[in-house]
Design a protein around this ligand. Structure first.
Ligand code: SAM
Length: 220
């Protein structure tokens, strides 16, 4: 793990930004408390709002998420998909997390807009990329095994429609990516992933310093 003192924004900036996110309903705020109590790494309300604005704004109907956890980010995305008469497919390999997520989607009255796939992303994502039917308007990469960001990048780009949006969470890895002395495996993986994205001629991408660093890329 990176040095605990390494951060992207100052503590004051983080506190201020927290006050600028609009109020969430009880399903989301309960999941925020649950994540804090059980140390589930959800992407939080700031990034959640950002995802929702992007997904709604680009009219995303078919959305893919890699890394469901308790369904927190999935709720932000599924609400956007539902508003666009679309659907979210979300992939998770932990059956306990899948069960929690299904309950969360039910509580949020979103079950009919979400398909939770219990599978290893390294199997499920290439299958979706190779399927002619599945073409996504938006893909969120937030899988716990960070090396899959690199392994599955090509499949994600292939699974996206032209003009589709690829978003990856954690790309500054708590800020450690920018500190040369930080060299834990996940920090190195994220540096390599960021380099790979920049080189990919199919994408135009930018890293935004919110949450743990969020990359947003357009498939040209
Ligand atoms: C960072 S959490 C996802 C958080 C969620 N997107 C949110 O913000 O609410 C990452 C999730 O990826 C799952 N995961 C880890 N390795 C996986 C794999 N190989 N295939 C599918 N899911 C995996 C973990 O079980 C964990 O629930």
């Amino acid at each position: 793990m990176p040095d605990q003192n390494v951060r992207i924004l100052t503590i004051d900036a983080e506190k201020y930004l927290e006050t600028t996110v609009s109020a969430r309903d009880s399903v989301l705020s309960d999941l925020e408390k649950h994540a804090e109590n059980y140390k589930i790494p959800i992407l939080g309300p700031h990034v959640g709002s950002f995802l929702s604005i992007i997904a709604r704004g680009c009219g995303a109907k078919n959305i893919l998420e890699i890394g469901t956890a308790s369904g927190y980010s999935g709720i932000w995305l599924a609400r956007a998909a539902a508003a666009n008469s679309g659907k979210l497919i979300t992939i998770e390999n932990d059956p306990k997390m899948r069960d929690i997520a299904e309950k969360s989607f039910k509580k949020a009255a979103l079950s009919k807009f979400v398909k939770v796939v219990l599978a290893d992303a390294r199997d499920a994502v290439p299958m979706l990329a190779n399927s002619r039917k599945a073409k996504f308007d938006l893909i969120l990469m937030d899988v716990g095994e960070k090396k899959l960001y690199i392994e599955l990048l090509d499949d994600c780009v292939r699974a996206l429609k032209k003009g589709g949006i690829f978003i990856a969470d954690d790309t500054l890895w708590h800020g450690s990516v920018v500190v040369p002395t930080e060299s834990d495996p996940d920090t190195r993986t994220m540096r390599n992933f960021n380099k790979q994205l920049l080189k990919d001629k199919r994408l135009e991408s930018v890293i935004i310093p919110i949450g743990d660093g969020l990359t947003i890329a357009l498939k040209k």
